[in-house]
Design a protein around this ligand. Sequence first.
Ligand SMILES: [Zn+2]
Length: 343
Amino acid sequence: MRAAVLETRGREGLKFRDIADPTPGPGDAVLRMHSVGLNRVDLYMRDSGVGITHSLPLIQGVEGAGVIEHAPAGSGLKVGQKAILFSNAFCGKCRYCLAGDQTLCTKADIQGEHRHGTLAEYFATPAYCVLPLSDDADLQGAGALMVGHLTAWRMLFGKARPLIAGETVLIVGIGGGVAVAALQLALMSGARVLVTSSSDDKIARAIAMGASGGVNYRTEKKVYEQVLALTGGEGVDMVIDSVGAASWGDSLRSLRRGGRLVTCGATSGSNPGADLQRMFIRQLEVYGSTGGSMDEFRQLLALFGRGGIKPVIDKVYPLAQVTDAFDRLSAGEQFGKVLVSIG
Ligand SMILES: [Zn+2]
């Protein structure tokens, strides 16, 4: 089969080439892949991969959707069904899995990170990670749904006190997959949304989608002052931040007293000043979040299945042009998801 195979680190190490079809183990299903969304972690795996146990060559891709090609007996899956993947083949036995929070699994086994991923014509994974979709499901949207929307879902509703109607949330760095998903989901919840970006065009697009305002952090020296001005001097109830060091100070200063900051990434650096005095005096709540549980995924899929959410697709590339797709993501110019089409 054809696949995007990481042979050595870096841009030139990712090859579009032939590789043996996957051999499903007992309990594994096989999907004929249709669409695969790209994520920051794909760039991280391509260029570094430090801290993630794996070996090269590795087929990349951590999410995706397709059509079931092989279904193990007793799985309840049917050949020919459309399906979406849950990225983490969790163990189901550790204390965290038993408590229903697969994101904390001590034996996390994530496709495209710890094992072969989805940027291939065929993909094998435990059947419990394959969730059937309806016959009329949008496979392109499904391929771009899991990482961005599930991460955003947990950040908004699953981790801190859930965002509720009437509250105001600040989404840092609008344009990336998680940030755009958070914008969509926050608006659905009835919250007021403010965004930041280095691009006036991205802010304008967010406002066109329903955001109430935005701050350009490239042209405004003090982002938090603008945020306070947009909230009558009080600050926002929640900040969704995947940027890290570069935005951290403004994110903390943008919160109202008792507000909550949820972080899921550190693309600009991992060690900002903590500003502890501000955190305890103003009693701020800071949460780390990654991915989402199977139960949160089922909630998200129920919404997707009713047509309640549709991922914003920035650009679609054929698998043969996977390096161009990675370049698009690396440049940070996208608004929504960069998608690789396989089917
Ligand atoms: Zn586990």
